[in-house]
Design a protein around this ligand. Sequence first.
Ligand code: PEP
Ligand code: MN
Length: 338
Amino acid sequence: MIIVMKQNAERKDIEDVVKRVEELGYKVHLSRGEARTIIGVIGAEEHLLPSDAFEVMGGVEKTMRVMQPYKLASRDFSPSDTVIDVNGVRIGGKPIVVMAGPCSVESREMILETAHMVKAAGATILRGGAFKPRSSPYSFQGLGEEGLKYLAEARELTGLPVITEVMGSEDIELVGDYTDIFQVGARNTQNYSLLKALGKQRKPVFLKRGISGTIQELLMSAEYILAGGNMQVMLCERGIRTYETATRNTFDINAIPVLKGLTHLPIVADPSHGTGMSQLISAVSKAAVAAGADSLMIEVHPDPARAWSDGAQSLTPERFTQLMQELRLVAQAVGRDL
Ligand code: PEP
Ligand code: MN
């Protein structure tokens, strides 16, 4: 249930309602918008609460049932967009944030070179995998902590915040020592023990849609992190598995406006994994920005033909630079900056 306070509700009114909700054994989520405050009531039996328990209280305008199974992720709970600040880079505001870098960190030189290059082209966050969730146990699994150290060095030299994947709860502390954003990969979207553990962290979480996951399942996974107290979650459309085999995945452009309607969390598009083909990244990136994405994650490699993972879907520095220039025009056309 959400309790919508009147525009002129006083602080005391809000405090009284919060107290009453807590006395009844529920948790409170406060959303202070410019016009009015919304009090979210959270608890397993919340649907049993009679709405008139609050409607008679001072300063209350109305109560509303939230029909979706996710609460904290819902737009009803927080009507204004969530903006996540990562060392001064704001994700979810007017500027489109581009996160770029290689699929895997392969060496110190390679990540430093890529970091300088993507920064020069206009990216504001550096990506790179150190723990890689590969479909085969015989494929390159990532450099591990060594890779994390190189990412941290790249951040120091360029000032770009970094994002890297955490594959299991047991790695959270180690990865958290180096990264600015925890990435949860598509193979882990429903790893609920990992999501619960990330809910206790105070760093932003970048949550990818599952390979065969629905939009609602993605939002429920986000809810696990939010329910743990970590409100800094962004959601990523990275393509889903369909019957189509012409591309690696089917990038679900619908997911972007659907998610923007359902949730206040920032939405990221990943056209690299969404298509699997470097020649499609430009068109799908532009479509994603036009559709309302707040951010893009793009794989860039200094020499894609020699990449240790995902070379086929990585842009060369030249093509990435060109794409950034073209994207600026699309961003402007839909009232965003880049
Ligand atoms: C990645 O970002 O390199 C990655 C492994 O992505 P996904 O989890 O979407 O497959
Ligand atoms: Mn990849």
